[in-house]
Design a protein around this ligand. Structure first.
Ligand code: GLN
Length: 363
């Protein structure tokens, strides 16, 4: 196969050389890195990466292929992919495609053979870095090209309903507000016996009331949470009214809706082994993470909120529980995928307390 050189130019002025994988599709976006050693399929299909160029720090990517089971969305939304060493000959009993076939199928702008260690050091040291995957090494990204309207790009546009396969009578009904939800969030709820309706991110309180849910889940999603501040009063009204769980962007949006603020992390948490301390049990849990923003600890109103989890490395807020309302939010990913399932109990506790409509009627 003929190799074609491509470049990753950065807003820092750095230029890294690589080789195009698939056709030479140019792209621009915020540079982020993920440190997971496995789980590239889940990372590539996580809608929270919309608008971003993802660098995988683990060198070998693609060795166990790509399957029909583990995608987190219908198609990848990330802006581009940077890897060191792609595997053309995957080996796994569930593998249906090679990573190269997927990159070609979805036209994902991808460079390989890039010095991903050097690139990661640049991102860690410079913080907010933008990049361009290009044929022309003189062609730099527009500085501060933060992707806009990313949530609109990845959210469903109409309601989609799913029935649990667990015992069907009186299953609790959870409405998932879709800011770019990962499919494994929905699977976690279905597996725990809930029926699920996935609704567009801007669904109003009244429209949600019409669906008669037992609980609400605000999903993960791409972009700066502050870009959705126009939804704050709607989100507060919903969370005031229903048992609510927020995950990642959903956690940040709930915090904003109740008056806290969010800020940018120096270079984000993206990987599958981020230690988080549960301040209620004292246990440290290993979590899956993908976020560039956090809720500012100083802005959390102590009389209303208990900080339930903190990040062990940088002490940032990882979870909140409302003191009087039935609202709980987490910055990490209890659905894992990729990563360990140490925090699966977040789903168990959320779903256990939902009183199914049928039970309400029969009580
Ligand atoms: N995975 C997510 O929901 C990410 C939330 C938000 N886009 C952030 O980067 O912080």
């Amino acid at each position: 196969m003929e190799e074609k050189v491509g470049y990753l130019t950065l807003s820092t002025g750095d230029v890294l050389e690589g080789v195009w994988l698939g056709s030479s599709v140019t792209a621009e976006g915020e540079m982020v890195f993920n440190t997971a050693m496995t789980g590239y399929q889940e990372v590539m299909t996580d809608p929270s990466y919309a608008g971003q160029i993802v660098t995988m720090t683990y060198p070998l990517i693609g060795n166990y292929g790509f399957n029909d089971i583990d995608s987190e969305s219908i198609k990848p939304s990330l802006s581009g992919l940077i890897i060191s060493n792609p595997c053309y000959t995957p080996d796994h009993y569930q593998s249906n495609y090679s990573i190269v076939e997927m990159i070609e199928k979805y036209n994902i702008p991808t460079l390989y053979g890039v010095d991903t260690r050097a690139l990661t050091r640049i991102i860690r040291e410079q913080g907010e870095v933008y990049g361009k995957i290009t044929e022309n090494k003189e062609n730099f990204p527009e500085k501060d090209t933060v992707a806009t309207n990313v949530v609109q790009r990845v959210s469903v546009t109409e309601i989609k309903s799913f029935k649990t396969k667990k015992q069907a009578f009186s299953a609790p009904h959870v409405v998932v507000m879709d800011f770019g939800f990962k499919h494994s969030i929905m699977h976690s709820l279905l597996d725990l016996g809930c029926d699920v309706s996935v609704v567009p991110f801007d669904t109003t309180f009244e429209q949600i009331q019409a669906l008669d849910p037992d609980g609400i889940l605000l999903s993960n999603g791409p972009g700066n949470p502050k870009s959705l501040s126009h939804l704050a009063s709607n989100i507060k009204q919903i969370a005031d009214h229903y048992p609510t769980l927020g995950i990642c962007l959903g956690h940040q949006l709930v915090a904003l809706a109740y008056g806290a603020t969010t800020k940018r992390l120096p270079y984000g948490h993206r990987g599958s082994n981020h230690p988080v301390k549960d301040l209620i049990t004292g246990n440290v849990l290993i979590t899956s993470q993908n976020h560039g923003y956090v809720v500012d600890m100083d802005s959390v109103e102590e009389k209303d909120w208990q900080v339930s989890h903190i990040n062990v490395n940088d002490k940032s807020v990882e979870g909140l529980i409302h003191r009087t309302k039935n609202v709980m939010t987490v910055q990490f990913h209890p659905e894992a995928h990729p990563g360990p399932i140490d925090t699966h109990n977040i789903f168990v506790n959320f779903t256990k307390q939902l009183v199914a409509k049928g039970e309400k009627q029969h009580a």
